[in-house]
Write a protein that binds this ligand. Sequence first.
Ligand SMILES: [Zn+2]
Length: 113
Amino acid sequence: MRETLQLVRCDPVKTEIKPTDVRLLTASRVLEIEWADGRRSRYAFPLLRSRCQCTECKSTILRNGQEALAPNENVAIVNVLPVGSYALQLFFDDGHDRGIFPYAYLRELDKQL
Ligand SMILES: [Zn+2]
């Protein structure tokens, strides 16, 4: 059920606001995104790592009965690539590189910060 809802929410035509600028601030260990509507979001590296939504992380979260992965405070992001026109792929220095973060999800995360 939840999966279906997320698909609707991530509909790129209807709801997506795209980034105009994506920066890795390695000194402050923050991913900064400027959005087309003028908003600027800043995400700490450990937060993004703990909120990874890939199959592997989701199953770990389910198995442990938690809402998110335990944060690794030392984790860093070493690269960011756009995925199509709807998401960013984040490469973490703990070897984890399968995290796809749809723009809609990143905006949702920003609201919770
Ligand atoms: Zn993951």
